[in-house]
Design a protein around this ligand. Structure first.
Ligand SMILES: [Zn+2]
Length: 399
């Protein structure tokens, strides 16, 4: 039992800053009040408490090939199955892959992340390696698996279904590379089997303009439209949505993970953040391939805030950006609470409130603006502790 006293707490869905004390016991937030002084008392003067981060999209499997192929096109780099990434990974030793994934997870913990949604390749074996790498760490991987059979145009439907079901017994959903590589039949099987089992069907969509244009020409609908019609729940990128796409995403209450730094690294432009916010689309933010970017969400938030302000030449509220790495997605995703309880139960308590699981960060308060404190000031060395339920880990000294 610990009480952190006299700290600034970003409370509730709206991240409302309040000065108070917070009592944590057995991995739960028991009470937030000025009156409590129970258990071990931790002086929180000069600190703030923020929900720990959720990274909405990663590929930790490529931790071993950081910055490989910089300057090459996205197709040359990551297209399955013969992109540079896949060729480079096929030459790597399994133990090295595991230890580099583990190091990436340690980097995430050091920079405030307790949850990440990972696109895991390599079928069941790939899932096993990631679980092994995460063993005993205070971090929760939410694993979206994938099998090579999804790219095999000769594969029988029954076989694809059988492998999908087997994968889903071992992970939290399926993450598909994109409509250029996977047929509509495979997508249909994946979304059907995922939705039946309260798992997450996810796919990369509209990462660059050409993909949207090509899809419209070939199928009469954009990639984003296609993903909604095929019943995917979590869409990655959506960098180039049309106005109709935005309406569809909003009406169907889809979750979208934007990866601005990845788009920047690959010279692909920037997602139209203000349009998403105007349509009240629930957004997460993700760091994407570790080959391209560090999995540090504080860097992602700072890049996003400033690039968007530069792009629009207008004010963007830093709280909106912080929500994309913390509480967004929980507020109005009844579609997930009803149909996706497995997913939701893993992540729904990162909101700081009485009765919720304790999943939070204690950082130094360097600025008077708590949102900019996290996005614009705090470095990894300013995070005093990270709490993930019953794991309370001191990372740095308060001084
Ligand atoms: Zn990706």
């Amino acid at each position: 039992m610990k009480t952190i006293v006299n700290t600034i707490i970003l409370k509730g869905y709206d991240l409302t800053p309040i000065k108070s004390n917070i009592l944590i016991s057995d991995g739960k937030i028991i009470e937030i009040s000025d009156e409590i002084f129970e258990g071990e008392i931790i002086d929180g003067t000069g600190t703030m408490i923020c929900p720990s981060f959720l990274n909405g999209h990663t590929h930790v499997g490529d931790s071993i090939i950081k910055d490989c192929g910089d300057g090459k096109s996205i197709e040359e780099l990551v297209k399955p199955s013969d992109g540079l990434k896949h060729l480079a990974l096929s030459n790597c030793d399994v133990d090295e892959i595991i230890s580099s994934m583990r190091n990436s997870m340690l980097d995430m913990i050091k920079t405030g992340t307790t949850h990440f949604i990972d696109y895991r390749e390599g079928g069941l074996k790939g899932i096993e390696l990631l679980k092994k790498a995460a063993d005993n760490l205070p971090i929760n991987p939410i694993i979206l698996g994938r099998d090579p059979i999804f790219y095999d145009s000769q594969a029988e439907e029954d076989e694809i279904r059988k492998i999908t079901v087997k994968l889903l017994k071992n992970c939290d959903g399926i993450g598909l590379s994109g409509f250029s590589e996977v047929s509509d039949e495979v997508c249909g099987i994946v979304t059907e089997e995922c939705n039946k089992r309260n798992k997450i069907p996810s796919i990369h969509v509209g990462e660059y303009f050409e993909l949207q244009k090509r899809s419209l020409k070939e199928f009469g609908e954009t990639e984003i439209e296609k993903s909604v019609n095929l019943n995917f729940k979590l869409l990655i990128h959506s960098t180039y949505p049309t106005d109709d796409d935005l309406n569809l995403l909003s009406e169907n209450r889809k979750l979208v993970t934007l990866c601005p730094r990845s788009n920047g690294t690959l010279n692909l432009g920037t997602p139209p953040l203000r349009k998403f916010i105007a349509k009240k689309i629930k957004l997460w933010i993700g760091t994407d391939n570790i080959m391209l970017n560090s999995p540090n969400l504080m860097r992602e938030m700072e890049y996003t805030l400033k690039v968007m302000r530069a792009y629009y030449k207008e004010y963007i509220d830093p709280k909106e950006i912080l929500k994309m790495a913390t509480v967004n997605g929980y507020e109005t995703t009844d579609n997930l609470t009803e149909n996706n309880s497995n997913f939701y139960s893993k992540i729904n308590k990162t909101i700081i409130d009485e009765g919720n699981d304790a999943q939070l960060l204690i950082t130094k308060l360097i600025s008077k603006n708590p949102y900019l404190n996290i996005i614009n000031r705090v470095e990894a060395s300013d995070i005093i502790a990270i709490v993930n339920k019953d794991k309370f880990l001191y990372l740095n000294d308060k001084k």
